[in-house]
Design a binder for this molecule. Sequence first.
Ligand SMILES: [Zn+2]
Length: 226
Amino acid sequence: MIDNEQHVLVVFPHPDDEAFGVSGTITSYIKQGTPVTYACLTLGEMGRNLGMPPFATRESLPSIRKKELKKAAEVMGIEDLRMMGLRDKTLEFEDDADMKQLVADLVDELKPSLVISFYPGYAVHPDHEATARAVVEALGEIEPDIRPTLHAVAFANNTEEDLGKPDVIHDIRHVQEDKLNAMRAHISQTARMLEMLEEGIERDDPEALKWVHYENFYTYKWGDES
Ligand SMILES: [Zn+2]
């Protein structure tokens, strides 16, 4: 059982970012009765994968990924899915102030007690970094006593070297199958990874099992907290 929250806001740039990193956590919150809003900034329409074997075309990929995202939200039990309509692979070129405002507006409206996103500097992909920056900047402007907690996902190679071990570890074993189903929903992108994962789980490979047993986060440390 993870700590209850008033409302959780999840902000990621691509459909499937949530599935790999946090779908067990999202499912756990929803099963506990905590409402979760997922704001997905793009439709991942520039995704390199077109299915395995390919079933999408460049033209059909946006609508396929939109359907997959809706399916994943359904699998996780998310009732409030926001598709924010930004363009894939362009977030780093968006105006930083606009990106920050987008997050600030969501926080204003939903008043989440917890926000989940990427950790700036440790999120690997330029869209991930732009998203993480916007989240940190938007939350940073909120008074410390009413600021939501930020649980950040970090996966750059130097993460542990710089940040140490993650301080939040969610045991998601009870929703393992839900997590796999969330990944399966994004099949145009995840087929290869899923095949390896399922095969690894089958033979108890610890590298595979850690994907479906635990989800790790860093509580973002603000400079102005007492
Ligand atoms: Zn992504």
